[in-house]
Design a protein around this ligand. Structure first.
Ligand code: BG6
Length: 507
């Protein structure tokens, strides 16, 4: 029996965490931004938590001519704020340099891996991580395959790829065909880092480890659901990638649909990876195709114009570096969609995501139906707000439930109260970054939080027509001021149904 904090009564805590087996991460793009900002810190944290104690190595690969020592300096810099006494961790870092299309690089990787196995007397499982622009995936995979690195008789060989997995259905299928020539679906780990977030995983625990929510989790009790990923940041230094991508490809097809699947899918028979992924697929299959009828605007796209945030002047998207000065790329998207199955028939799901908005907020809000009969009407109360359950993903991770209650004093006095659970207050520590979860799962061979190919194809299939339609019409997006809350066309999408977006700045 563990008491976690004075504010939370926890009868018991059931924690199961399997440590990694002996493994080596072979990271392509080892001196790049993703490696420094995400991969090395995540590995350092797993190391600190003792989850890499069975043996861990890092073999960096890249075009830059670096020595083992240079890479260790990079790793030391990336972990200096939280990993003291890091000698043992840093001594696990090695580096080989070469061109990604040069077969010699792969022979050298093969030889180095054999030597490292010998040196440490272990058969390390091999995890090839492509922290590279996606255009380079086919070449690297082909070379890995031709060098025989896709197999590891003594242990395992796995491949991790970052999003985006393609830019539409055809290119995702083509990329998958290239990869599956050498790596099976069981060896392939497609990252959607949102699935690694603690609070996104909590959606499953919340729904399926409690019996009180599931009976009301359907069209009989839920009026609608809003999913929001609002970002206050812009595109940072990623103009050349983002301008070809846009919010639909960058956020909707992966992160937003993943959250929607978890919140709306049927209960899987077990916590087994395939059972969960099967349910996500069933859900994606039930999403009604978007109407392309312009009178029935179910997808609204916007682009940030010049504006002011925190008292600072923010340039328009079109003024950002590496962005076309006449770009029509969307930095905001709002959609209304329906899930055609028994549970969700006629319940609208409103999804929105945008850059340079008033605040950073990611949340799923479940808005319940109002009471069917207002028995307080005779006492002058003509309307009552609906109950709202908010699964707060970031920045303040937690759960909030609003409900009506009597206020003390006058006989007839009702007000809205909130039950608020905040992860950091209850569990103290900061939540582990998504990459810790995902890298550990990859070492243990747990694919639950990785995207399966049928998921990828269904998701692209859903937006393919929308993308084509935008391209053919070549229309301008709507413009919204940077630092703003919303804009009239995005508001109209939900207001035409007699509903309103939740305020970003108040959540
Ligand atoms: C990435 C997108 O996948 O997710 C970025 O490419 C976006 O554009 C980021 O900013 C948001 O992730 P997070 O974890 O900061 O919400």
């Amino acid at each position: 029996m563990a008491k976690i904090s004075p504010s939370a009564v926890c009868q018991q805590m059931l924690c199961v965490e399997s440590p990694a087996p002996p493994c080596v991460f072979i990271v392509f793009g080892a001196s790049g931004d993703l490696t420094k900002r995400k991969l090395i810190p995540a590995l350092a944290n797993l190391f600190k938590r003792g989850l890499l104690d069975n043996g861990f190595l890092f073999l960096g690969c890249g075009r830059k001519k670096l020595s083992n020592e240079d890479l260790r300096k990079i790793a030391a810099e990336a972990t200096k704020d939280f990993l003291a006494e890091s000698e043992k961790f840093l001594s696990s870092f090695f580096y080989v340099s070469g061109d990604y299309d040069d077969k010699n690089l792969y022979n050298e990787i093969q030889n180095t891996l054999v030597e490292l196995d010998k040196k440490y007397g272990k058969n390390f499982g091999r995890i090839f991580y492509l922290a590279l622009p996606p255009a380079m995936y086919p070449d690297v995979v082909e070379n890995l395959g031709q060098a025989g690195l896709n197999k590891n008789e003594e242990s395992f060989a796995r491949l991790v790829v970052e999003k985006p997995f393609g830019k539409d259905l055809a290119s995702a299928t083509e990329l998958n065909d290239c990869i599956s020539k050498w790596f099976s679906e069981k060896q392939l780990y497609r990252i959607d880092h949102y699935l690694g977030k603690e609070t996104v995983q909590n959606i499953m625990m919340f729904r399926f480890a409690n019996s009180i929510f599931e009976p009301i989790w359907n069209r009989n009790y839920i009026d609608h659901i809003q999913i929001t990923i609002a970002e206050s940041i812009g595109i940072e230094s990623r103009g050349s990638y983002y301008d070809k991508s846009g919010a639909l490809r960058d956020m909707f097809v992966n992160h937003m649909l993943s959250m929607l699947s978890l919140v709306a899918m049927e209960p899987p028979p077990s916590f087994d990876a395939e059972h969960i992924r099967d349910e996500k697929i069933k859900l994606l299959r039930s999403i009604r195709p978007f109407s392309l009828d312009p009178c029935n605007e179910d997808i609204v796209r916007g682009q940030y114009a010049q504006g002011i945030a925190d008292g600072k002047n923010i340039p328009a998207y079109r003024q950002e570096a590496d962005v076309d000065k006449n770009s029509k790329t969307e930095t905001y998207i709002a959609t209304r969609l329906f899930v055609d199955n028994w549970r969700w028939q006629s319940v609208p799901f409103y999804l929105r995501t945008g850059k340079r908005l008033a605040q950073r907020v990611t949340e799923i809000a479940v808005i319940f139906k109002k009471v069917p009969h207002l028995m307080f009407a005779s006492a002058g109360i003509e309307d009552l707000p609906a109950n709202v359950l908010v699964l707060k993903i970031q920045p303040k991770e937690g759960i909030n439930l609003s409900f009506e209650a009597k206020r003390p004093g006058a006989k007839m006095c009702i007000g809205t109260l909130e039950m608020d659970f905040n992860y950091t207050e209850v569990f103290g520590a900061e939540l582990p970054d998504a990459y810790q979860r995902l890298l550990l799962d990859c070492t243990t061979g747990d694919q639950t939080l990785f995207t399966r190919i049928d998921d990828v194809k269904l998701a692209w299939g859903l937006i393919d027509n929308v993308l084509k339609n935008w391209q053919q019409n070549d229309a301008e997006p709507y413009f919204y001021p940077a630092g703003g809350e919303s804009f009239s066309q995005a508001d109209a999408l939900i207001q035409k149904d007699g509903r309103n977006w939740r305020k970003i700045s108040e959540t």
